[in-house]
Design a protein around this ligand. Structure first.
Ligand code: ZN
Length: 241
């Protein structure tokens, strides 16, 4: 399975590299077609290694932008083509300009969108103290759970930055699925890590076509060699120790 990671969607003039136009997003959706799966279906099948090659695609959105509600949720509710998505919320940003309010996030959750935590203040978790790490992971989880009245077991690392210390703290806090930013299929080198392709606005329809054909094609030489030799997992464990 393939996991795509979007941020803000705008009508025109993206303000940064991670901001995509509605038009580009539409082109991506058209290419994904019937391959798009709901978060529920993804979570049911993601632990099955044979699901790698099925070409299924999951949509995820980070940072709690207003466009999750005004554009993506609206598409999901009315026009179809989106079978659901995951939305990762940095809790301190809720209600700020350009971000969703608690009411919108609650509505998303009730409508079947899978809500995950993206921490509190959107900090690089590999750089914070133990106390800060606990707060980022634990307080964001309990605040989301209080608001939504359900368990929140999904977490996306801000900036995709993580280490063994960070993932161990996240697992201790009660998260079960941790989303990173790496090229390729969703499987990380640990069973609880899920790779995502972070979309930037130079990734046009052609890029998406290539990615859907072979998600691992753009990965680096070291990945290719270490995977061929069966050493990728050990290499990553050393790197993130
Ligand atoms: Zn983020």
């Amino acid at each position: 399975m393939i996991v795509l990671n979007y941020h803000e969607l705008v009508e025109a003039s993206p303000s940064n590299a991670w901001c995509l136009t509605h038009e580009t997003f539409e082109a991506h959706l058209a290419l994904c077609g019937e391959a798009l799966v709901s978060p529920r279906s993804f979570l049911e099948h993601c632990s099955d290694p044979t699901s790698h090659g099925t070409g299924a695609v999951l949509l995820t959105f980070d940072d709690g932008f207003l466009s999750d509600y005004t554009h993506v949720y609206a598409r999901y509710m009315t026009a179809g083509r989106i079978p659901g998505f995951m939305s990762f919320i940095p809790v301190d940003f809720v209600g700020s300009p350009g971000r969703m309010s608690w009411e919108m996030i609650e509505e998303l959750a009730k409508g079947g969108v899978a809500i995950g935590s993206h921490g509190m203040a959107h900090v690089d978790l590999t750089t914070v103290s133990d106390a800060e790490l606990e707060r980022e992971l634990g307080v964001s989880k309990s605040m989301l759970e209080d608001r939504l009245g359900r368990q929140v077991a999904l977490f996306a690392f801000p900036y995709g930055r993580f280490s063994r210390r960070v993932w161990e703290a996240a697992l201790r806090a009660g998260y079960t699925h941790l989303f990173t930013i790496q090229l390729g299929y969703h499987r990380g080198f640990e069973s609880f890590l899920y790779s995502r392709l972070c979309m930037t606005n130079n990734m046009d329809a052609e890029y998406m076509r290539r990615h859907l054909r072979d998600p691992d094609a753009m990965r680096g030489v070291s990945w290719k060699i270490s995977t061929k030799l069966g050493l990728y997992r050990q290499l990553m464990r050393l790197r993130y120790h």
